[in-house]
Write a protein that binds this ligand. Structure first.
Ligand code: ADP
Ligand code: MG
Length: 273
């Protein structure tokens, strides 16, 4: 039998069955409570290097909490997360089995890009300054190196001419593309997207999805929470349907989107399709 989550094929024809690299992201037995509310109730997820995983699920199902726990923005109460074979945290019933130093957390975060629904750009910095800020702050690059790289990244997301614009001078789609360029600045192995197009006017959704699709072809591992089913069908290697804090069903787009087995998946898809 195929282990859970190891479906679809990574770019470059890598056969998951013989791929000995550690998973890009592995989550095992993840539990999270907010007070009495059991928001993650035993999530297992394996995303192989270079895969694009799309996470679907109704509002409140735990999608953001799951993404945030990969990036240390949320601490699991139980279970473990590893990124590129390196543990992010291990807990058993709230007891810490391994605690990372603040330094290790910052280093790991540098390897994980995060793109938020509401862009979260610094309003007082230009597009180029937003992109260059993290490499300078983390001393991964000199000011002039990161400025040159910011220009390159802005060109890559189609905003070569907007380097000096402030966020308020940009459309939502342009701001989100700056946020993607910023996420790329530390050359992350994994990029997490939390509903990257939900705050956009419909006519701006395509330009942002196009940039994410381009990234997908470069071998970066992507985990994308979205309701854009067309995007999932076209770009995802792995589709995960989360409901009430559990993975109800996962597999290829052909399996989960076109031939969902679980009634809850069918009901959800009927609403968003
Ligand atoms: P989704 O992203 O799928 O909409 P979330 O992960 O944001 O779901 O939230 C799952 C549930 O956890 C929701 O019921 C939400 O209200 C609750 N929740 C999320 N963050 C917090 C928090 N910091 N404190 C209390 N409850 C929270
Ligand atoms: Mg959310």
């Amino acid at each position: 039998a195929t282990p859970a989550g190891i479906t679809g094929s990574a770019p470059g024809g890598t056969d998951p069955a013989t791929d000995v690299r550690p998973a890009a992201v592995e989550i095992h037995g993840a539990h999270k409570w907010f007070g009495p509310h059991h928001v993650l109730a035993g999530v297992d997820l394996t995303v192989r290097p270079g895969q694009v995983a799309v996470v679907l699920g109704p509002s409140g199902s735990g999608k953001s909490t799951l993404l945030r726990s990969i990036n240390h923005l949320e601490k699991l109460d139980h279970g473990y997360v590893s990124v590129n074979g390196e543990l992010v945290g291990v807990r058993r019933h709230g007891e810490r089995l391994k605690e990372l130093s603040e330094r290790a957390i910052l280093r790991q975060r540098g390897g994980i890009g995060f793109v938020f629904q509401n862009f979260n750009l610094f309003p007082h910095l230009t597009a180029a300054e937003n992109v260059a800020a993290a490499p300078v702050a983390t001393r991964r690059a000199t000011r002039s190196e990161s400025r040159a790289r910011a220009a390159e990244l802005l060109a890559r997301v189609g905003l070569g001419d907007k380097a000096d614009a402030y966020p308020r001078q940009l459309s939502g789609g342009q701001q989100q593309r700056v946020a993607i360029a910023r996420a790329l600045a530390l050359r992350p192995g994994v990029i997490l997207f939390d509903e990257p197009t939900s705050a956009l006017d419909p006519e701006l959704v395509g330009e942002v999805l196009g940039v994410i699709e381009d990234l997908a072809s470069t071998g970066t591992t992507l985990i994308v929470v979205t309701h854009e089913i067309g995007f999932a069908r076209k770009v995802a290697d792995l589709v995960v349907f989360l409901d009430d804090g559990v993975v109800v069903e996962q597999g290829t787009p052909a399996e989960v989107i076109d031939h969902p087995r679980h009634p809850r998946t069918r009901e959800f898809l009927a609403k968003v399709l």
